[in-house]
Design a protein around this ligand. Structure first.
Ligand code: PRX
Length: 651
């Protein structure tokens, strides 16, 4: 294995960090190993404000369905707002910067009023009750955060659908969750121009379904259709609401939200997170991994439609009483200096983004960071995909001035918060390496065949061998899928353990590097896409007989989408460019722009075993231009491999 350089933590920074060195890290991890429940019980008491204390830390009797902090009562919106009012009522909770440069600073007291009014609106005008599902299809505006916290306040379960998803995708998610309310906006602004969301909601609801009411935040004031008795203006209704709303008293294990994510098969699954365990880990990881201090300003550039936005724009920062930045626009608009201008202006201390954004900012504005004063930065974070060495180097040197730790945080929708990550004051970092499991997380790379820890340099499965508080509680409406998806592949000491779906490897110092998905999930610009979903969309084209989608390395996106398509009539395609456009339009309609294919090959057939299984490994190798190492002689039609290879090479 190639030896990676090591970067030690900044000594000055480490002096005041919450975890100051590796000894302190090991002490915490040892505490968790020796007394797992004691460890989590201690932090749950220290970090959360309970209305009633919990009586049991963890109940594994129905494993892998696990309960945390039973008996405990709390409300997540109070954790994020009310309990800070004594000390921080005039502190900025959210700093919002709009696409066009418009700004809002929302203090904790204002947040309290806004969320309470919103909660009253949902409860009193729409009749939303505890346990009801509310879909949020919103741009990156403060009302999106209010909507989340208002749901939490009244015990409704929110399900945010990323604003880039199509009407079809939105409809599927609304129906799967059986949501009775959708909260949306007319639209918002991108690159100084209005774009629309409400028409997408109209299309998603065109055939009826469970939704009774739609609440529309008027952001860009463009013309939209209003359906009488269904659609209501937030801007109008909110004015009439009382400024206080009693928070629903929730059990620790009451669901907080659903977030749909892609799996290797079938439709996206509704990942369920529950109240106490999720908010505890959101707060703890904010404190440990970003080391946010009282006067700091934290900016996570994700969209609230993804888990990163849930945990590190809204819940984590607010649970710890920090100041969080929310940005509506595009990081490269009006130029690739936009984020650095914002860092200078707001004196941002921790900046968290995805490698794909770093690559784009690097490419489009290599020297932009030098034009701004970035001295406020202390910690830089990355998430969503492995970070490549050139992007890492530029981020470290040009953005961080070679003095900020880069925390390469590895986690997933299902884990709720970080699971493997450096600690900025303690961990000597190696570029592209997520380093070690966080204290309390029993992360191990296991050999799926034996359940043993793999040797140094051997790729194994990234697993978590003990349940942890913020783990996924279920796949909405599908218990079997939950068990099969996460607890079906690896057993340790005879017990199924949580498998992330990722491969990983230890180096000679025990550092963990994530090597990527082992299933048919691909990672496009840090967004998780199931190849099965894209294939299902392509199959909607009446002339498509067969299709196989694989990932292919992409300079900016990390992975691009590569489709091999076999048409029903074998006359060949008269105009491949036109056909590809038609297919991409179908994908846009079924899923959204994020899933359109970068490459399409109209192949005469696909490599299959005699039992009809498509050999994706061969297709992946061809897409990457790599040699095929597998024996192809046993395929149904071995000649097809060469034909496809020739087609791909000549493209
Ligand atoms: O493959 C891993 C990759 O992103 C997947 C999780 O995607 P999602 O649930 O959408 O959540 C993304 C944001 C947390 C993982 O299974 N991934 C995430 N972080 C990293 C990563 N791969 C390498 N390094 C990371 N730091």
């Amino acid at each position: 294995m190639e030896k990676k350089p090591i970067f030690k933590p900044n000594k000055e920074f480490a002096k005041t960090a919450r975890i100051k060195n590796m000894c302190e890290y090991h002490e915490l991890q040892d505490e968790a190993i020796e007394d797992y429940e004691g460890f989590w019980g201690r932090f749950a008491k220290e970090k959360l404000s309970w209305k009633e204390p919990f009586t049991k830390v963890m109940d594994e009797s129905n494993y892998p369905f696990v309960k945390w902090f039973e008996g405990g009562k709390l409300n997540v919106s109070e954790q994020c707002i009310d309990r800070h009012l004594d000390k921080r009522k005039n502190k900025a909770a959210i700093i919002f910067e709009g696409d066009r440069g418009d700004k809002q600073i929302i203090t904790y007291l204002e947040l309290y009023y806004n969320v309470n009014r919103f909660a009253n609106l949902l409860k009193n005008e729409f009749g939303v009750k505890k346990g009801d599902r509310v879909v949020i299809y919103m741009p990156m505006i403060p009302e999106a955060a209010y909507a989340m916290l208002a749901c939490a306040r009244i015990g409704a379960i929110h399900s945010i659908v990323f604003g880039g998803f199509s009407a079809e995708a939105l409809k599927d998610r609304i129906e799967d969750a059986d949501a009775k309310v959708v909260i949306t906006a007319d639209g918002a602004y991108r690159k100084d121009k209005p774009y629309m969301l409400k028409p997408v909601v109209d299309a998603a609801l065109a055939e009826g379904g469970p939704v009774e009411k739609v609440l529309v935040v008027e952001r860009n004031n463009e013309d939209i259709r209003w359906v009488e008795g269904r659609d209501y203006s937030y801007n109008e209704l909110i004015k009439m609401q009382e400024v206080t709303c009693k928070a629903e008293i929730m059990d620790s294990e009451d669901p907080l939200f659903l977030l749909y994510t892609s799996g290797s098969t079938g439709k996206p699954k509704g990942v369920q997170h529950n109240s106490a365990g999720y908010i505890l880990w959101a707060q703890m990881t904010m404190e440990w991994v970003f080391d946010v201090k009282e006067n700091d300003t934290f900016w996570c550039t994700a969209d609230i439609g993804w888990i990163t936005g849930h945990t590190y724009i809204v819940y984590g920062p607010l649970a710890m009483g920090a100041t969080t930045v929310m940005f509506e626009g595009v990081p490269t608009y009006p130029d690739a200096g936009r984020p650095w201008k914002m860092v200078e202006e707001y004196k941002i201390n921790q900046f968290y983004t995805a490698p794909t954004a770093i690559r784009v900012l690097h490419k489009m504005g290599e020297h932009e960071p030098a034009k701004y004063d970035l001295s406020s930065l202390k910690v830089l974070g990355t998430v969503g995909e492995p970070i490549d060495p050139p992007a890492w180097k530029w981020y470290y040197e040009e953005v961080g001035g070679s003095k900020c730790a880069i925390v390469d945080t590895y986690w997933q929708t299902e884990t709720g918060g970080h699971i493997v990550s450096p600690l900025p004051g303690a961990t000597p970092i190696k570029p592209g390496c997520a380093t070690f499991p966080l204290p309390g997380i029993m992360g191990e790379i296991l050999d799926p065949a034996t359940g043993e820890r793999v040797e140094v340099g051997e790729t194994g499965y990234m697993c978590i061998t003990k349940p942890w508080p913020s783990m996924i509680r279920g796949v909405w409406g599908d218990e079997e899928r939950f068990v099969k998806s996460y607890f079906g592949d690896v057993q340790k000491d005879g017990k199924p353990v949580y498998f992330t779906g990722d491969g990983a490897v230890y180096d000679e110092d025990g550092y963990i590097t994530i090597t990527g998905r082992t299933d048919d999930v691909i990672n496009v610009s840090g967004h998780r896409m199931g190849t099965a979903e894209i294939e299902a969309a392509i199959k909607k084209h009446s002339n498509v007989a067969e299709v196989a989608v694989v990932g292919k390395p992409h300079e900016l996106k990390g992975e691009g989408i590569f489709a091999y398509i076999v048409l029903k009539d074998d006359k060949g395609v008269a105009d491949e460019v036109e056909e590809a456009k038609i297919i991409n339009n179908i994908i846009k309609k079924e899923i959204g722009n994020i899933a359109i294919c970068d490459d399409m090959v109209f192949a005469p057939g696909l490599p299959k075993t005699r039992s009809g299984k498509i050999m994706r490994r061969i297709l992946r190798a061809i897409a990457k231009g790599e040699p095929i190492t597998q024996d192809i002689s046993t395929l149904e039609d071995p000649g097809i491999v060469e034909k496809i290879e020739t087609m791909v090479k000549s493209k």
